[in-house]
Design a protein. Structure first.
Length: 117
């Protein structure tokens, strides 16, 4: 799949996410970062291979790990945080991005099903 990119994922706790402090966002109610701080933070993550900042996956992964069920997380990145904090996509592009995880997971399941036969 031409749109697939394997990368590192930066996950963190909800309290940090909702306060927007862990993301270095400039558009939240608690703005503890300057533009330079934000850029430096995101640049550090980028150099370490991080291409997405995620919150929900930590809860999902921990629940499945606790009950010993294999699980995976597929993320879609809708914006480049180096260019801004707000999503600005036309409906067609947004829909395309939204469908990518379904296409990826479907292809993966098809491959797994083939190997079981």
């Amino acid at each position: 799949m031409e749109f697939l990119m394997l990368s590192r994922l930066f996950c963190f706790a909800m309290s940090i996410f909702f306060q927007l402090l862990g993301q270095a966002r400039l558009d939240g109610e608690f703005c503890a970062y300057t533009s330079k701080d934000k850029y430096d933070f995101l640049q550090t993550l980028y150099k370490k291979g991080v291409r997405n900042i995620e919150m929900e996956s930590t809860c999902f992964a921990s629940m499945f790990r606790r009950v010993c069920i294999p699980a995976a997380v597929v993320c879609v990145t809708l914006l480049n945080r180096m260019k801004g904090d707000q999503i600005q996509l036309d409906k067609e592009t947004y829909t395309d991005y939204e469908m990518r995880p379904f296409k990826l997971v479907t292809a993966y399941i098809k491959e797994k099903m083939k190997s079981l036969q």
